[in-house]
Design a protein around this ligand. Structure first.
Ligand SMILES: C[S@@+](CC[C@H](N)C(=O)[O-])C[C@H]1O[C@@H](n2cnc3c(N)ncnc32)[C@H](O)[C@@H]1O
Length: 324
């Protein structure tokens, strides 16, 4: 967790021209969809990559970026996602991991980012097959386990997979990606592509609301920014309801507090992550925090120190697992 692996992200960046383009290196043959009865018209199935190719869809250049305050951001129309998609952000995202107890499965990771979760789990479960989808091609195209492939796609549009395809669907840290009303769309689509009896897992973080005054004030400004953008700062506590609304049977819900001032390795890595979340949010949050480009590093240095003071600064993560 927290290892700096920007070289991995830096080695790729091959811009691909299709909004649902498979970047797996294996040679795939497309075929008509004999074993996929619910394939939409004008589509064929690549049975090896479990991908629906929509021949009627508009082919365009994908993952165009724009630069603001020295950071690179996606340029995807109508997307509420407001964090950067550059190598520095991929370093931050590579900072968090979880366990998955499943094997010989077909696994989908939605909004996979740089592929942190999928690559860890795929290495642990070599006999399962893993597909990551993200609207930006920030995932590794070349260096990845043999049982992993990635595709560019917008999860708010129909996913390029048939109904009942996956044993496990993972969705992690969409809190800053989706507007409030977009959560049911994501869950509905995830449900559609899951096999009956398959599992979905959501992991989301809470707000920074416990700690000293400086920490709480900073957390409040971050929360207000999320609300201003039409997003839900407390979605971590609503995941059960969101799943139940899609008739997913919730089998596990857990909330974990992370003490950011503790000196163990894991706590230090979460401390690093919180500071880097604020760093990634600089373009949009520096002004409400009362800083500007030239002195924002002073805010980050202060935050790093204050997060380690009493009363304890606590950040929480929630995990929800449900069954179709
Ligand atoms: C905070 S990152 C989390 C990445 C990864 N799930 C993780 O836990 O490390 C959110 C990711 O969601 C992607 N994303 C946001 N909106 C999306 C959409 N509508 N379709 C596909 N990916 C999306 C972003 O490009 C970004 O990589």
């Amino acid at each position: 967790m927290g290892s700096k692996v920007s070289t991995m992200a830096a080695k790729k960046r091959k811009r691909i021209a299709s909004s649902f383009h498979s970047v797996t290196s294996k040679a795939h043959s497309s075929s008509q969809n004999s074993s996929y009865p619910n394939t939409p018209p004008n589509c064929t199935i690549d049975e090896k990559s479990h991908t629906v190719h929509d021949h009627s869809s508009h082919i365009s250049s994908v993952t165009e970026s724009m630069i603001t305050s020295g950071r690179t951001f996606h340029h995807v129309e109508n997307s509420a996602y407001w964090f950067p998609n550059d190598d520095e952000e991929m370093d931050r995202l590579i900072g968090v991991r979880l366990d998955l107890e499943h094997n010989n499965a077909l696994v989908l990771d939605l909004g996979c980012g740089p592929g942190t979760w999928i690559m860890d789990v795929a290495t642990e479960y070599p006999s399962s097959e893993f597909i990551g989808v993200d609207m930006c091609d920030v995932f590794p195209n070349n260096i990845r386990p043999a049982n992993v492939s990635f595709q560019v796609g917008n999860i708010l549009k129909r996913l390029p997979f048939s109904d009942n395809t996956f044993d496990f669907v993972n969705m992690r840290l969409f809190i800053i990606a989706l507007k409030k009303e977009e959560w049911p769309i994501l869950l509905k689509e995830a449900y559609r592509v899951m096999k009956p009896g398959g599992y979905m897992q959501m992991v989301e973080c809470g707000m920074l609301e416990r700690g000293n005054e400086f920490v709480r004030q900073s957390g409040t400004i971050f929360r207000e920014m999320i609300e201003t953008l039409g997003q839900d700062p407390y979605v971590a506590f609503k995941m059960k309801t969101l799943m139940e609304q899609q008739e997913v049977e919730v089998c596990h819900y857990e909330n974990i507090d992370v003490f950011l001032g503790k000196q163990d390795r894991l706590s230090k890595e979460f401390l690093w992550d919180v500071c880097n979340i604020f760093k990634s949010a600089q373009a949009i949050i520096q002004e409400p925090l009362g800083y500007h480009t030239d002195n924002f590093h002073q805010f980050l240095e202060k935050l790093y120190k204050e997060l380690q003071k009493k009363p304890d600064a606590i950040w929480s993560f929630s995990i929800c697992v449900g069954r179709k």
